[in-house]
Write a protein that binds this ligand. Sequence first.
Ligand code: HEM
Length: 427
Amino acid sequence: AAAAGGCPLSHQAAEFDPFGSDYQLDPAEALRWSRAQEPVFYSPKLDYWVISRYDDIKAVFRDNITFSPSIALEKITPVSQEAQDVLLGYDYAMNRTLVNEDEPQHTERRRVLMEHFAPENLERHKPMIRRLTRDALDRIIDQGEADLVDEMLWEIPLTVALHFLGVPEEDMGKLREYSIAHTVNTWGRPSKEEQIEVAHAVGNFWQYAGKVLEKMRATPDGPGWMRYAIRQQANYPEVVTDSYLHSMMMAIIVAAHETTAHASANMFRRLLERRELWEELCRKPQLIPNAAEECLRHTGSVVAWRRITTRPVTIGDVELPKGARLLMVTASGNHDERHFENPDELDLYRDNTVDHLTFGYGSHQCMGKNIARMEMRIFLEEFTRRLPHMELVPDQQFTYLPNTSFRGPDHLRVRWDPSCNPERLSE
Ligand code: HEM
């Protein structure tokens, strides 16, 4: 068989299925063969070119003119006419935000909206994150058992995200449902029936985002990044457009909370699976920042990201045509031994862990990375201090929402003996 570029197609490339269980459970492991033998290959099941090595992924991120991000939020599974009609019924018109915007518009917009992410502004959210974490811990600490995802790892990042954006903290349950629908709509493979259901949820999300935006326009001097963007629209109407504001209102709620929720769940799982590392962290809290970063590298919450070629180009020795869709499996790059020594090991002392690709790289690199880091560190600070004896409930099966890009367990069950809680022992 010949791929779109005329390259011979290996058996593994032909069989690669990003919705299959291997990739869903461990995308880096599922692409070990590719990193070794065929680092750029055409996947007929996906109709994308898959890129699995660290250096190649970084080179693609670095050149956002040749490799346009315009498809970053495109539906990876083509939807039925029926589902498209449902979306139209909600006037759904999701378009460019930042993450899928080309130059020069992207850089102009990012520059105009950047100020709100200044360290002093992020720092202001710290006391709230700590209070939310302590309150959540207070609620569970005498229980001896909890599902961390349901009890707090979903809710806290959502609350923080809404606070940062200035979105009222009503409707949080609805937003969880909407966010999942958005992920399935963008990166999933819903069946025909599911597509209809998802289209309704996404359509409602779109309308909801529009309403929140209208409310904010009535109080533009209030708090949050989205109101800051509304104020900037008055100064730069061509840069901060109506379409941007509406599309971003919807996309950012997901980008800011689901990513962080999954990253935190992955982090607790990985650290607790390696008891000696967890205990070391409890003894040496100064390792927490690097531990959080290493978990983002080892088991990131975004595992793959997309670009499309704007001209014929060669990666490694593979020629790609113009218009080739690329799936960069960043989780695979993060396990590339050419860049990270013993990449499958979780190493609290790894000195280049911050080179990981989980936040992307280059001019589109995640703007919210320091908020996510702050949350993950505070979670670890509070848990290592108050529940050092916490452990994973053994033999639990982790399940994931099937999709190419967002990854975190649906549930994470932990347990501990409350009579051994340090705060009881010191009473
Ligand atoms: C972009 C991951 C949290 C806001 C991105 C990109 C990735 C990513 C992979 C695309 C980068 C690229 O194309 O090079 C993550 C992960 C997070 C996280 C793994 C949590 C662990 C957040 C938070 C916020 C945020 C908390 C906001 C409060 C953004 C924005 C962009 C972005 C605005 C677009 C930047 C641009 O295109 O210029 N993120 N993100 N993210 N992220 Fe995050």
